[in-house]
Design a protein around this ligand. Structure first.
Ligand code: ATR
Length: 281
């Protein structure tokens, strides 16, 4: 069998997903293609997606800005994707198109690999900065792991409140403005930057000041272009531990590949290679 896989999004020319999945195919000893299916926002998404579905695809990834829009074009979604309300992986099996979300588990896997200690204390105090689609997936993953204290700081309070609704009665989530988070930063064990602020070309931007950061904290940023964002740079200067965003990209791909092929490919050894690839661009 030859797998036909791909990526839908815009813009995606710079994406390293083709490289990651080619590595997985080689490691798995499988034959396949992973093609770029860029859909320009000026084009009709519905028509483009139906054309892709009429080609011989076994599955594809979906990235910005289509993780929500794809939902109307699927036959079903798994429970995770349904709760998160976003799809990054589509599987075509027995004529049916099923949406999945592997971003949240990719993030959790990468955090667990680098900072297993945080998972030993479910009362660890966590702050999510930002309340977009990425934050929703990460909040969902942290809840699944049993963390109880997960605050959300966002410019728009209502978006943060909508995410907090995922929690149950045991979850303790305070919603706050970005300025309040800056002042309380020293109280958190883990701070996760979930927006695209600081991404190339705006590399000097940071969403909040880290002046009050405690050196025992872990600071995580989902941005991976550049690998070491200004946010992470400032965090390490303050003596905190840092967690890089490119590892989330790698592990979400690992789970997507497993959904398509039923093969789980070890990816730990690809972290450094991926980092070099991203740095070399
Ligand atoms: P995604 O789905 O990729 O996470 P999104 O849903 O557009 O993207 O969310 C973007 C996040 O970045 C939001 O938390 C947004 O804050 P608002 O909810 O207030 O819009 C945040 N964000 C984007 N630009 C920002 C800025 N200049 N200052 C502060 N927050 C910003």
């Amino acid at each position: 069998m030859k797998y036909e896989l791909g990526l839908i999004g815009y813009p995606i020319k710079q994406s390293l997903s083709p490289w990651i999945h080619q590595q997985f195919l080689i490691k798995a000893g499988l034959e396949g293609n992973y093609s770029m299916q860029e859909i320009n926002p000026d084009e009709s998404f519905g028509e483009e997606i139906e054309e892709i579905k009429s080609s011989r695809f076994d599955g594809f990834n979906v990235t910005v800005p289509y993780k929500k829009r794809i939902i109307n074009h699927l036959d079903q979604m798994d429970e995770d994707a349904q709760t998160i309300g976003a799809v990054n992986t589509v599987v075509h099996r027995d004529g049916e198109w099923t949406g999945h979300n592997t971003d949240w588990i990719g993030y959790i896997t990468s955090l667990k690999r680098h900072y297993p200690s945080i998972f030993q204390n479910k009362m660890s105090s966590i702050l999510l900065v930002g309340a977009g689609g990425a934050a929703r997936g990460i909040y969902y993953g942290l809840l699944k792991e049993g963390f109880i204290r997960i605050d959300i700081a966002n410019r728009t309070q209502s978006s943060a409140e909508a995410i907090a609704e995922l929690g149950d009665t045991t979850t303790q989530t305070s919603i706050m403005a970005l300025e309040s988070a800056e002042k309380r930063l020293g109280t958190y064990d883990l701070i996760i930057q979930t927006t695209n602020i600081g991404m190339k070309p705006n590399v000097s931007d940071t969403i909040i000041s880290l002046d009050q950061l405690h050196e025992n904290s872990i600071v995580s940023d989902i941005v991976y272009q550049p690998i070491k964002t200004e946010f992470l740079h400032q965090a390490s200067q303050q003596g905190a531990s840092i967690h890089y965003g490119h590892t989330m990209l790698l592990y979400q791909a690992q789970y997507a590949f497993e959904l398509w092929t039923s093969k789980k490919i070890p990816a730990d050894d690809m972290e450094e290679l991926l980092k070099h690839k991203l740095e070399g661009r």
